[in-house]
Design a protein around this ligand. Structure first.
Ligand SMILES: Cc1ncc(COP(=O)(O)O)c(C=O)c1O
Length: 288
């Protein structure tokens, strides 16, 4: 293998760094803390990817989740080619959109109507807006370790949760961008009860991942999830299960389907687009 500084990947990395911060479009791909140049990928088939220098790797990333069939599955490639030949974006309704919505609704135990967006981030941001509109309340709760995309409101540090509203974990988020956000510890019934005793009437939504993935796949205790359901119902707060990772992957109905868990709203992303940028959020018709 050539020395790392003279590879095609290294050359492409130098070019990329001139025009993109860190040479990447997402912080998770940045190499600053790793050192050296990232392999620049040129081709991907099945479970293998090949970089610009011809090195082949077994791919454990799978584009961070969406590629449940692996890379470049012939059926997926053929479907994309056939659709692209008829136009890639209309800015008007089309049959395929309705067919996808029908499939999602048929599989989702939570949503009997969905709205499509372009990413998981947009799905969670939109679900929060919907919850605020439906309840007329401002505040919401997320749990430490759960990731819900990079919408301003979700970029919150845990803070002390109860006593304070969340503090933003990113520069560039307005001081009021994460106002009203409570960052609570997972699986802490006392903290949950204390929050709701004090702020239940102003809490529009609670967001949770049934199996928080970004902190290491932590299946949640059923009794704790049931507590969450009961407390939110009692206070008229909408319970949003973020299924951007688990949706259609943990099982056809995602976490809620597999665990027979009742949520008010649900968010999808990743596998719903099979590698293309699609997200969705939905719930029962009464919410929108
Ligand atoms: C649970 C969860 N919600 C939301 C998101 C945001 O999705 P996206 O990266 O498509 O914006 C992610 C991304 O990893 C996620 O894991």
């Amino acid at each position: 293998m050539k020395p790392a500084t003279t590879t095609r990947s290294a050359e492409l990395y130098r070019r990329a760094c001139k025009v993109m911060p860190g040479g990447v479009s997402s912080p998770v791909r940045a190499y600053r803390s790793v050192g050296g140049a990232p392999p620049f990928l040129a081709d991907a088939q099945g479970c293998r990817v090949t970089d610009e220098d011809g090195n082949q790797y077994l791919d454990f990333i799978n584009s961070w989740g969406p590629l449940i069939l692996g890379h470049s599955h012939p059926a997926v490639v053929a479907a994309i080619q056939a659709a692209a030949a008829k136009g890639t974006s209309y800015g008007a309704p089309c049959r395929a959109e309705t067919e996808l919505a029908e499939k999602v609704v048929a599989l989702s135990p939570v949503a009997d109507r969905v709205r499509f967006v372009n990413s998981g981030t947009e799905a969670t941001m939109s679900a929060l807006r919907l919850a605020r509109a439906a309840t007329g309340r401002d505040g919401f709760v997320k749990f430490d370790g759960c990731y819900h995309g990079h919408g301003d409101a979700f970029l919150v540090k845990a803070g002390s949760g109860l006593a304070t509203f969340g503090e933003s974990s990113s520069l560039g988020v307005r001081a009021d961008g994460s106002r009203g956000t409570g960052g609570l510890p997972l699986d802490d019934e006392a903290a949950l009860e204390a929050w709701f005793a004090e702020r239940g009437a102003e809490t529009a939504a609670v967001f949770v991942e049934g199996i928080p993935a970004n902190c290491g796949f932590l299946p949640q205790r059923r009794a704790w999830m049931d507590k969450l359901r009961a407390v939110t119902r009692e206070h008229g707060t909408l319970l949003v299960v973020d299924e951007v990772i688990t949706g259609f992957r943990l099982g056809p109905g995602g976490y809620c389907g597999r665990e027979d868990y009742d949520a008010d709203l649900v968010t999808y992303g990743k596998v719903i687009g099979g590698g293309l940028p699609v997200g969705a959020y939905g719930g029962r018709s009464e919410w929108g």
